[in-house]
Design a protein around this ligand. Structure first.
Ligand code: PLP
Length: 468
């Protein structure tokens, strides 16, 4: 055994204790850690012939890298849609690393990690009050979830034309309808050979909405004269968290032949709030659904899942089965996760989810979701009542999309945001909405509370004073 490995093995207690203490220190000071850094990572010296051993490697990391790691898992990181990690999810994630299982097969002959994954999916269906006619699996993020769902949609489309795209490839131009898709759905279309430009844009509703105009959708469906198509709908757009009318789409789904995919990466969590779950009404009729776990479920990266109706199991296996690998068996007879999703070997991503759902239950997640919505409202009211700013859209759930008041200040939006992010007290990300430069603040972190809103609004007022 290499001498450093041998030494590390003998010293495991002390090493892991050290890392645990360091992790605790990070978590306890997270609220005060800067949300941005201007430091760059200084150049590395390449791979050494002789390693350092873990203790020295840790010292090196702590000297060069640890001090410039930002508090993106903390309560005032409002950029993109960035969740934190609940204590239970950290426990589950640490254990997933230690146990280092490869989630491929079900119980019985193999290991039980796939059984844990199936159980976690069941807990998620309960959380979202979805029926158990969905089959689910974990992937790295909502991008891969959209990819997985649309890959099966593509196979469904081929079958509707009497073809097997998975086996023979694809030469057809598919009809894909959508109104305000997330960029990752377009990226998925690119990766799937369907073409990110090959979409038919359905109109959005009038009056500052990003949601699909259902009447226009039906007109476009009629124009297809019975040809199959894929519909990508949104349950929570990134800019303004608008929802396509799932109930109306469910009605159309009964009438016309199409694959209905719902991207509910973070909007799906509206299901946890009695006041907001109506936004998702009808989504249980979809063929496939994307939900992210590293956003509003507040488990560590990389974590998301997809749901596909069980009636499509065969299409799913046709899409993802490992061909010409007899040792993996017939996917429809011997269930193996690796024939039902894009990645073969995977870590036990279900464990942090399982832990967090077991630890906090329905009520815990209702409070996480409602707290974030409450913080969004308070911050949205601050923007709305402040003459220096204007909301670009009404606050619908957990995002405030705003800009500086006045056309003449459009040039200052970026410098305002840069100055705000440089404070290290809060982090937001830029956007463009209705042709205007804007700023987005998304609230999904379980820790955010009123104290954070006070800090954020003070910083904003101070910078507005300087810049405007
Ligand atoms: C974040 C997001 C995605 C992409 O998710 P990743 O986890 O970054 O891959 C897809 N759709 C929506 C609506 C999102 O908000």
């Amino acid at each position: 055994m290499y001498h450093h490995l041998h030494k590390d093995l003998g010293n495991l207690d002390a090493l892991l204790d050290k890392v645990c203490t360091q992790g605790l220190d990070y978590l306890k000071t997270l609220r005060h850690r800067p949300t941005a850094t201007e430091h760059q990572v200084s150049d590395n010296h390449g791979l050494r012939e002789e390693g350092l051993g873990t203790e020295k490697a840790l010292e090196w990391f702590n000297q060069k890298l640890e001090p410039i790691i930002v508090a993106s898992s903390g309560p005032r990181y409002l950029g993109f849609v960035t969740g934190g990690s609940t204590p239970a999810s950290i426990a589950g994630d640490w254990l997933a690393t230690v146990y280092d299982q490869n989630t491929q097969t079900t119980g019985g002959e193999g290991d039980i990690s796939a059984a844990i994954e199936l159980e976690a999916i069941q807990l998620l269906l309960d959380l979202f009050e979805l029926p158990d006619d969905f089959f689910g699996g974990f992937v790295t993020g909502a991008t891969m979830s959209n990819f997985s769902c649309l890959a099966v949609a593509r196979q469904w489309y081929g079958k509707a034309l009497g073809k097997d795209y998975a086996k023979d490839g694809i030469r057809d131009k598919l009809h894909i309808l959508t109104a305000t898709p997330h960029s990752s759905s377009l990226k998925s279309l690119a990766m799937l050979g369907l073409g990110s430009r090959n979409i038919t844009k359905v109109n959005t509703l009038p009056g500052n909405r990003e949601a699909m105009d259902i009447a226009d959708l039906e007109t476009r469906i009629r124009e297809l004269k019975g040809e199959p198509f894929i519909l990508i709908s949104s349950a929570g757009t990134v800019n303004t968290v608008d929802f396509d009318d799932a109930e109306a789409i469910a009605g159309l789904h009964k009438k016309y032949r199409f694959w209905w995919h719902v991207d509910a990466a973070f909007g799906g969590f509206a299901a946890c709030s009695p006041e907001h779950k109506h936004l998702l009404k009808g989504w249980e009729q979809a063929d496939s659904i994307t939900v992210d776990c590293h956003k509003w479920l507040n488990v560590p990266y990389e974590n998301a899942f997809f749901l596909i109706k069980k009636e499509h199991n065969l299409l799913q296996a046709e899409t993802f089965q490992n061909s010409d690998a007899p040792y993996l068996g017939d996917p429809m007879e011997n269930f193996s996760y690796l024939n039902f999703l894009p990645e073969n070997s995977r870590r036990l991503k279900a464990l942090p989810v399982w832990f967090s759902l077991m630890a906090y239950g329905k009520k815990g997640y209702r409070e996480i979701v409602e707290n974030a919505i409450g913080m969004t409202r308070i911050f949205g009211d601050f923007i709305d009542q402040n003459p220096d700013f204007e909301l670009l859209a009404p606050v619908r759930l957990n995002t405030v999309c705003f800009t500086l008041s006045g056309e003449e200040n459009q040039d200052k939006v970026q410098s305002f945001l840069t100055a705000l992010n440089r404070t290290g007290k809060v982090f937001m990300t830029p956007t463009v909405y209705n042709g205007k430069k804007g700023i987005r603040a998304a609230f999904v972190n379980w820790m955010t509370d009123e104290r954070d809103i006070v800090i954020i609004t003070e910083e904003i007022n101070a910078i507005a004073k300087k810049i405007l």
